[in-house]
Design a protein around this ligand. Structure first.
Ligand code: ZN
Length: 175
């Protein structure tokens, strides 16, 4: 193996470890600011996974979660999940949090360019923090989606439209 390819391989391994680390750290941070969410995984699991993937993708600037690991897991792809998707909520398996999580993370990922990374992150975090005031768990995903739309409008100073609003509608996310 040449030194160059050996270095490339090491860089890939570092990224794989970082992806997993940031993903797990995001779970930890989300629970830290919203402790009740830890006991609401049945309702919030898909969102927890989606946000953990979004922030790890955002920091590593790659939409591919677990790039290079897929083949070891016997997957058809070189990665585990991709945020560069057009998935719809209705097509995702309701029994698989990850299947639905990529619809959320895909929507967020696709708007970061239009909104600007810092603005997009702020909207996402604000929408999550406001769930703390939400008393009912059944409608909590809908509340998250409407929080996203509300904060996007505030930032863009418009009364309608917006990238996140379009994504939520197009992907048939709960709203
Ligand atoms: Zn996770």
């Amino acid at each position: 193996m040449s030194q160059q390819s050996s270095l490339t391989k090491s860089a890939h391994s570092v990224r794989q470890v970082l992806t997993a680390y940031i993903h797990e750290y995001t779970h930890h941070a989300l629970v830290k600011v919203f402790p009740r969410s830890a006991n609401m995984m049945e309702q919030l699991g898909e969102l927890h996974e989606g946000l953990a993937d979004y922030f790890s993708a955002r920091f590593l600037e790659s939409p591919l979660h677990g790039e290079g690991v897929g083949r070891y897991l016997g997957l058809k792809t070189s990665y585990i999940r991709s945020l560069a998707n057009e998935d719809k909520y209705s097509a995702a398996s309701p029994d698989d949090a990850f299947s639905r999580s990529v619809v959320w993370s895909g929507a967020l990922w696709s708007c970061r360019g239009k909104l600007g990374q810092a603005v997009a992150d702020g909207i996402v975090l604000q929408a999550w923090l406001e769930l703390r005031e939400h008393p009912q768990s059944k409608t909590i995903l809908r509340t998250f989606a409407s929080n996203l739309v509300k904060h996007e409008r505030t930032v863009a100073r418009t009364s309608s439209g917006g990238c996140l609003a379009d994504q939520i509608a197009k992907r048939e996310l709960p709203r």
